[in-house]
Design a protein around this ligand. Structure first.
Ligand SMILES: [Fe+2]
Ligand SMILES: [Fe+2]
Length: 195
């Protein structure tokens, strides 16, 4: 991580101790780094801060309400939207405080504002944030956490998850990474009965 990104990280991580973001965001960061290798023309100075800051707004939503805002059935669309609005507010404060390039700040918060609810992508960096955000769902810890949280039997949840790849991902590399992770999860489930 370069100095500029590290400074943003130090501020962003203060907001990760809510929901499962202290696991999710570092994994999303690693996935973003891997995606960047396949799309070197993407601006890392937009992508990396956007991924580090995209979910800081969850900290503003009480833990007991968060479960209604995501998953196979979203019970409260306004809460889902609220985490984006709060993430934009906090990200703007952090990026301004560290004197981040104002033109890049604008692109970053535009991506964050809609990272979850906006169904189309605004730019290559936006596509990569959206894909990096979703890849953790295909990791063993993401699968294990979500199937319990959503109250679905593991095999049923894994089958459902595998069907979402073409719908969720914007980049070919993102789809490829999701399929590779999915194959590992499926193999584990069939061989040992857990992830
Ligand atoms: Fe989010
Ligand atoms: Fe996220």
């Amino acid at each position: 991580m370069n100095e500029k990104h590290y400074t943003v990280y130090l501020h962003a991580r203060e907001f990760w101790n809510s929901r499962f973001n202290d696991i999710h965001v570092p994994l999303a960061y690693l996935h973003a780094r891997e995606l960047l290798l396949s799309y070197p023309t993407a601006d890392a100075d937009v992508l990396i801060p956007a991924i580090l800051l995209h979910d800081v707004g969850w900290k503003s939503i009480p833990e007991e309400d968060q479960g209604r805002a995501y998953g196979p059935t979203v019970e409260d669309e306004s809460l889902r939207r609220l985490h984006e609005i709060e993430s934009v507010r906090i990200a703007t404060e952090i990026l301004s405080a560290v004197n981040y390039d104002p033109r890049k700040l604008e692109k970053i918060v535009h991506i964050i504002d809609g990272h979850d609810t906006r169904t189309e992508s605004l730019s290559q960096e936006d596509s990569l944030v959206k894909d990096a955000d979703k890849l953790w769902r295909f990791t063993p810890v993401g699968v294990d956490y979500h199937h319990i949280q959503f109250g679905k039997p593991l095999a049923e949840y894994v089958a459902w998850l595998g069907q979402q790849i073409d719908r969720w991902f914007f980049t070919e590399r993102g789809k490829q990474m999701a399929r590779r992770a999915m194959a590992e999860v499926q193999r584990a489930v069939s061989e040992v009965g857990h992830v």
